[in-house]
Write a protein that binds this ligand. Structure first.
Ligand SMILES: C[S@@+](CC[C@H](N)C(=O)[O-])C[C@H]1O[C@@H](n2cnc3c(N)ncnc32)[C@H](O)[C@@H]1O
Length: 189
């Protein structure tokens, strides 16, 4: 866990046109996103979900797409421009230790990325400071790389960082959890 960042060229192995059959962004994220929301896609890769999220939040919404790899963000920008929704997506390159995001959001997605992060607790703490009081955080990990025990350990770390698990959602090849905040921060609104 945490020692291997997916090389950007490998992302085409799972982020390709067939993926929609397994992971339909509208089906997976539709229950949480409404037009006008500001949402965060952390470890966005080439933007498979960022683009789906941009469609769901509509013209008045905003997707903040964050990744450690510039090449992923470059492909995302091209795809978003082709889809005609580039103006709804803000891309940001972070470091493994620091997200460098300060905008508060209504929803966070971390899809198949947490197992690549060396300091999961640090990530959960930073994300905790970004979510609005009633926001949802969907964590999804690949069964291929993350055992049930290791996913439980991830959820315990999230718990220690101020997140509580309120359920899960069935996603192919994946383990998932919906997280909410346990108590509002002073700065929540
Ligand atoms: C397996 S890919 C998944 C990409 C995307 N979420 C998807 O489902 O198509 C994992 C992504 O997480 C990114 N990543 C790894 N560690 C990260 C970190 N500490 N902060 C932000 N992104 C990170 C990688 O660069 C890669 O783009």
């Amino acid at each position: 866990m945490g020692n291997h960042v997916c090389p950007w060229r490998h992302a085409y192995l799972f982020d390709n046109p067939l993926r929609r059959l397994l992971h339909d962004p509208k089906k997976i994220l539709g229950p949480y996103l409404v037009p006008g929301m500001t949402v965060l896609d952390i470890g966005c890769g080439m933007g498979f979900f960022s683009i789906g999220m941009a469609r769901l939040v509509g013209n008045d919404g905003l997707v903040i797409s964050v990744d450690v790899e510039q090449e992923m963000l470059d492909v995302l920008r091209k795809r978003a421009a082709r889809a005609g929704i580039g103006d709804r997506i803000q891309t940001h390159r972070c470091t493994p230790e620091d997200l460098g995001v300060t905008t508060k959001v209504d929803f966070i997605l971390a899809f198949w990325m947490v197992h690549e992060v060396p300091d999961r607790m640090g990530l959960f703490r930073q994300l905790r400071s970004l979510i609005h009081a009633n926001g949802n955080f969907l964590v999804v990990e690949p069964k291929m790389h993350v055992s049930s025990e290791s996913f439980q350990e991830t959820l315990e770390l999230a718990g220690a960082a101020g997140w509580r698990c309120s359920g899960d959602t069935p996603i192919r090849l994946s383990r998932s959890a919906i997280l909410n905040v346990t108590a509002p921060l002073d700065t929540d609104n």
